[in-house]
Design a protein around this ligand. Structure first.
Ligand code: SF4
Length: 382
């Protein structure tokens, strides 16, 4: 860790009015978008933008765009409400519970599928931690607890500790996941906080594994401070894995995505999921149709070594996590990677192609489907 890294400071910006690189015309054009979906960034992340390039991917990720005004999608595109047990506690898949512990992020990604959390700032986060812990205690099938939000690492380490301590005491919880874009948005939050590393070490000593689910979308986010933060997290015992949505103008390019996979693998982060962009309100201009996205994903994977190509391309649908596994001239092939309904688990589907489909619901025709039986798929009579 260099002296330069530890001393770095930056400012948080919660209004586009404060962006010195935007003209006053641009600011007034974007003003009502900010009213609808909020804006938040910091001077470190903004310094990664090439302001001379109107199509700069980092700019696209963080600066509002008039495309957000187009009516499309919903505020809960994956139907999280359906699996909400109590405010901020979601239980969709048997083994995993999500705790939404914060309604703040160090920046707001324009494609965010949880915009609702930032809009109704008190709506969706955990209010009754004791109740949440009791719920987990009473469900021995829960082996994974995922802290998410907002961004859990926006909380101070003592606040995180208060949440994590009672979870560590639950014997059947073996994995604590922290989903965070802080390593990209503000790596100094990590580098400058030795207590965070102690917390991770303590989890390890309690025989719990901490997975830090990073959220790097573009190779340019993997700066020297970001890499320093990642190395420090790994040294403390955290296991890392990266998830990113495929977003138009950010990483919908096989070379860019391949560079991301490659650079992640070089610093010990397995690419884990590439998500189909969720049909969240304001996301139409950011979505890549599924079949195009699949081609880009496969081409990117073809350019990297085995360690870089571990990602799966999935869609977080209301009914479960659906993996897109193939395409031919007429069909797209999908499989349930996880589902809350046992009858859907591992179900394999052949659908008639629709090059405009941006979500599972846009496919009209399931040509064949089959549940796995005796470890193989059969379409004939049982
Ligand atoms: S870091 Fe995650 S929760 Fe925060 S704005 Fe980005 S996508 Fe949304």
């Amino acid at each position: 860790m260099t002296q330069e890294n530890t001393k770095q400071s930056f400012r948080s910006l919660a209004s586009i009015e404060l962006l010195e690189h935007l003209s006053s015309e641009e600011k007034s054009r974007l003003a009502n978008i900010e009213q609808m979906y909020r804006f938040h960034a910091n001077t470190y992340y903004l310094s990664l933008i090439d302001w001379e390039d109107p199509g700069d991917p980092i700019r696209r990720l963080i600066i509002p765009d008039v495309g957000e005004l187009e009516q499309w999608g919903s505020f809960d595109p994956s139907g999280e409400e359906n699996f909400t047990i109590m405010p901020g506690v979601e239980h969709k898949y048997d083994s995993t519970v999500l705790l939404l512990v914060s309604n703040v992020c160090a920046g707001i990604c324009r494609y965010c599928f949880r915009k609702r959390v930032f809009i109704s700032r008190h709506g969706s986060i955990v209010k009754d931690l004791d109740g949440a812990v009791r719920y987990i205690q009473n469900h021995p099938e829960i082996t994974n607890v995922l802290l998410t939000g907002g961004d859990p690492l926006i909380l101070s380490t003592p606040d995180l500790q208060e949440i994590i301590n009672p979870i560590l005491e639950i014997e059947h919880v073996r994995i604590l996941r922290i989903g965070s874009k802080i390593p990209a948005f503000n790596p100094f939050r990590i580098i400058q906080d030795p207590d965070l590393f102690d917390l991770i070490r303590r989890c390890d000593q309690n025989d719990k594994c901490v997975y830090l689910m990073t959220h790097f979308d573009h190779p340019r986010e993997l700066t020297a401070p970001a890499k320093t933060a990642i190395r420090a997290l790994r040294a403390a015992g955290a296991v890392l894995a990266n998830q990113t949505p495929m977003i138009r103008g950010i990483n919908d390019d096989a070379d860019v995505l391949a560079a991301l996979f490659r650079d992640l693998s070089f610093i010990g982060i397995p690419p884990y999921y590439v998500f189909q962009c969720r049909p969240a309100s304001g996301n139409k201009h950011l979505a890549v149709p599924i079949e195009e996205a699949y081609r880009i994903f496969e081409e990117a994977r073809s350019k990297v070594s085995g360690l870089g190509k571990r990602a799966r391309f999935v869609m977080s649908h209301l009914t479960g996590k659906i993996e897109i596994i193939g395409l031919d001239d007429a069909h797209v092939y999908m499989k349930y990677h996880r589902s809350s309904q046992t009858e859907l688990d591992s179900k394999f589907m052949i659908l008639k192609r629709n090059p405009h489909a941006c979500w599972f619901d846009d496919y009209d025709e399931v040509v064949k489907d089959s549940k796995m039986r005796n470890n193989y798929y059969s379409y004939g009579p049982e």
